[in-house]
Design a binder for this molecule. Structure first.
Ligand SMILES: Cc1ncc(COP(=O)(O)O)c(C=O)c1O
Length: 400
């Protein structure tokens, strides 16, 4: 019997963060206690969404918002997003230039679908959040990594960006605060990248999903630093800062001269029409909640910061593990691992032998090699157990 033929493009997808999930589950089925430090989902630990937001969701369901909404998102939510961007980030955006997506994940898919042809190039950070790599592969675009500087808090190197622009480049991606390194970019660096982009007439895609989770330094939104002439495609969402990862809601906003963004808006909307709409009742809830002061953030940041400080201290105590700089934002640490095996092998063995699940750094780009990414989301007690196991593993492999 012949097998169903699959597309070539599907074979090019490889999502490192979930790749070893089945292995972790099989260990659990054998009664092992796996500590999951792989997925950036605060809801898997002891974080919960603001209760007022949950109430708004129940109310929206009771009120009967069960219909499809417009493909660009409910007007009320787009207005609330414009308000949120202004009050959180000082970004002025017209609600008509906001598109609601099923998470930033879908926004990234829409971006590539609308902007790249086969063989086009996209400039992405090395290391990078994997979806920016995955969708380049999926659409047969060429991913061109630009360097970030580990010793300087993983800040992007604008000169490397400049060097790598060709006439095939379609956009420059920045992700600030950054996944997987926790970098928060200096305003000067953001401005330098914007100036290079303007010189070459390229849009800057700025993924700011961790905008409110900054512990050191100061975050400046790309659109707030951009000049009149820049086109900024802002990517943001509710998963992390509103603690609703499972609601699958995010947004894209466009900022720049109308004549430069009109086609872009139409193209993105064209893609979003094919999935009809994002989930309506939860849009209603967020529209009502996002215009209020985000009171839950203070507690969220305080708890995360305690876990971050503990993680940085403990990681640096483990022989062979080092952080050149502390993560300044988001909820990831990206330590260097000095062992005699590659990072994917390291990750697999750490999971099999000590039941600690982290992500191999090379899954995020070439500069991620010899690193791993872990989340500092669990309570300190659980982190402590993970680091005891990791230390035992490091001592064992260093001695072998
Ligand atoms: C940088 C970055 N962008 C986008 C996403 C996707 O987020 P969502 O689809 O939940 O909005 C994530 C999730 O971890 C992320 O870290």
């Amino acid at each position: 019997m012949s097998k169903t033929r699959l597309s070539e493009r599907i074979g090019r997808l490889d999502y490192p963060i979930r790749k070893y999930n089945a292995l972790a589950r099989s260990l659990e089925e054998k009664g092992e206690k796996v500590i999951y430090l792989n997925i950036g989902d605060p809801l898997k630990y002891d974080f919960t969404p603001p209760s007022e937001l949950v109430e708004e969701a129940c109310r929206a369901l009771r009120e009967g918002h069960h219909y499809y909404s417009p493909s660009e998102g409910l007007k009320e939510l787009r207005e609330a997003i414009a308000f949120k961007e202004k009050s959180w980030n000082g970004v002025q955006v017209d609600p008509k230039n906001v598109l609601v997506t099923n998470g930033v994940s879908e926004g990234i898919n829409a971006l590539y679908a609308a902007l790249v042809n086969e063989g086009d190039e996209v400039l992405i950070p090395d290391p990078s959040y994997p979806l920016y790599i995955n969708f380049a592969d999926f659409y047969n675009a060429k991913k061109v990594f630009y360097r970030t500087l580990e010793e300087e808090g993983w800040r992007p190197d604008p000169d490397d960006i400049r060097r790598k622009i060709t006439d095939k480049t379609r956009f420059i991606v920045i992700n600030n605060p950054h996944n997987p390194t926790g970098a928060v970019y200096p305003e000067k660096t953001v401005k330098e990248i914007l100036d290079i982009a303007a010189e070459h007439g390229l849009p800057v895609v700025s993924d700011e999903i961790y905008d409110a989770l900054v512990f050191e330094g100061s975050f400046k939104s790309t659109a707030a630093v951009a000049s009149e002439d820049n086109v900024v495609i802002g990517m943001n969402g509710f998963s992390k800062t509103f603690l609703v990862t499972g609601w699958r809601l995010g947004y894209i906003y466009l900022r720049g001269p109308e004549e430069k963004i009109a086609d872009l808006r139409a193209a993105l909307l064209g893609f979003l029409m094919t999935r009809l709409s994002a989930v309506t009742p939860l849009q209603v809830a967020l529209a009502r909640f996002a215009v209020k002061a985000p009171k839950h953030l203070e507690d969220l940041k305080r708890r995360l910061d305690e876990r971050r400080r503990y993680t940085v201290r403990r990681l640096n105590e483990i022989p062979g593990v080092s952080l050149a700089t502390s993560p300044a934002g988001a909820f990831y640490a990206f330590p260097r691992i000095d062992v005699d095996m590659d990072d994917e092998e390291f990750t697999k063995r750490l999971l099999l032998e000590e039941k600690v699940f982290v992500v191999y750094g090379s899954g995020f780009g070439p500069l991620g090699a010899r690193h791993v990414r872990l989340v500092f989301l669990p309570p300190v007690q659980q982190l402590e157990e993970a680091f005891v196991r990791m230390e035992r593993f490091m001592r064992r492999v260093a001695g072998s």
